[in-house]
Structures are given as C-alpha cells and as structure tokens.
Design a protein around this ligand. Sequence first.
Ligand code: AP5
Length: 222
Amino acid sequence: MVNRALDVVLLGPPGAGKGTQAKRVAAAFELLHLSTGDLLRDEVTRRTGLGEQAKAFMNRGELVPDTLVGKMLATRLHSQPAALGCAFDGYPRTTAQAQLLDGLLAELNRRVDVVLYLRVEDDEILRRLTGRRSCPACGAVYHTVTQPPMVGGVCDACRATLVQRDDDRDEVVRERLRVYREHTTPLLALYRDRGNLREVDGSSGADEVFERLREVMGRVRR
Ligand code: AP5
C-alpha cells in the first residue's frame, strides 16, 4: 500500500507547546511544519504589505483577519509537493479557517487526519510565555528555565542574540488567551464531532509530551 500524505493539526492555547511539538512531530513523521505565526512574523520582519497589515493585530494579541492568513496559507500549501503532509501549527483558529483548510486540502485530495489538542492550564501558560526567548535568525525557541540555551541569551544553533516576542508581554498574553477561548475553542467540538480530536496532557516536560503524541500518531491510519 502506498502511504498518502498525513495532515495533522496542533491545537491548543498560546504557549501550550504547539510549535515545540509540531517541529518534533514533523521531523518524526516526515511532514512539513507549517506555522502561521512564524510565517506572519517573517512577513513582519521583511516589512511586506501583509506584514505591515498583520503587525498591529499581532502586537495587540488579536487574530489577523481570516482572508489575509488564508491567502498566505494557500500560497504556502501550493508551493510544496502535494505528496508531503503537514503539521499545521496555529492554523486553523476559527471555524471559517477550519472550513478553508478543508477546502484547500480537498483540492489536493487530502484531509485533516488528526487533531492533536495540547491541554495546559493558564498559570503554566503564563510561566511558559513570559520565559520564552526566540532566535530572530533561525527561529529556535528556548525557555529561560525549562529549556535554556547553553550560553545565556545566545542561540545554540546560530549564535544570534535571543529576543522576547512583543506579544509575550503579560497583558498581551492575557488578551491572546481571551481570543483563544472566544474564537478557537469552538474547534474542539467541531473536530471531536468528526472523531479526529486527540486530547493530550501538555503540562509535563516537552520530551514526555512528545512521547504521548508519538504514541497517538502511531495509531493514526494513513
Ligand atoms: P502564534 O505564533 O501561532 O502564537 P500562539 O498560538 O499564541 O502560540 P505560541 O507560539 O505563543 O505558543 P506555542 O503553543 O507554539 O508554544 P511554544 O512551543 O512556543 O501566533 C502569534 C500571533 O500571530 C497570533 O496572536 C495572531 O495575531 C497571529 N496568528 C497566527 N496564526 C494565526 C491564524 N491562523 N489566524 C489569525 N491570526 C494568526 O512554547 C512556549 C514556551 O514554552 C517556549 O519557551 C517553550 O520552550 C516552552 N515549552 C514548550 N513546551 C514545554 C513543556 N512541555 N514544558 C515546559 N516548557 C515548555
């Protein structure tokens, strides 16, 4: 039997570990890691038209309008080999985005195969996001306590100086959590009803969480 592409959505509140785990899942199951947050930050850094429009929404902790993110995602999906499945990190975040993703994947004869929902409590999220440091050059992500770089403030991989994301300030994190509850949590019921939601406790260490995800992924049929 020929394996078809496997498409995985990582769902969860800001700071749940979607990016951390999506990279690992993508590497282990040979998927493309597709993070709309990373793609948008890249647009902002390059000061593209999209980046200029998205920046204010992101700095306030609000969602970037569906149409802008949808176009960006469609371009990205169409620019890669159709046979390669994706680990979607940060998309979809609204029911309209979920419908768009279904349509884009259907055009490629694919579907959302599994949704990995990382469950983490708010106090842990605040700890994670206020301690997060990111590399502006290569995108590596650290945490000052749980995943510190070898040399303080310096990226292990490319030696660039690590930065704190503008939207990881306490008040913006609280707004992101509010937006998540209002716009994204309805997706849990949507995917649960479809039978492809898998809930995983995301509160323990990153290695332990990944082992749980690997186990779940191992049971997903291609
Ligand atoms: P985005 O970048 O997607 O932010 P997010 O969803 O809020 O998620 P984060 O990146 O903050 O967290 P994460 O779950 O990936 O956690 P991470 O692995 O980094 O989006 C940013 C903004 O862009 C949005 O607010 C919005 O404006 C816009 N946007 C993006 N997508 C959009 C869309 N589809 N529609 C509209 N707008 C969109 O981990 C966090 C920290 O915790 C790290 O320091 C990490 O080292 C640490 N950590 C991770 N796992 C563990 C663990 N198990 N134990 C201890 N520490 C851990």
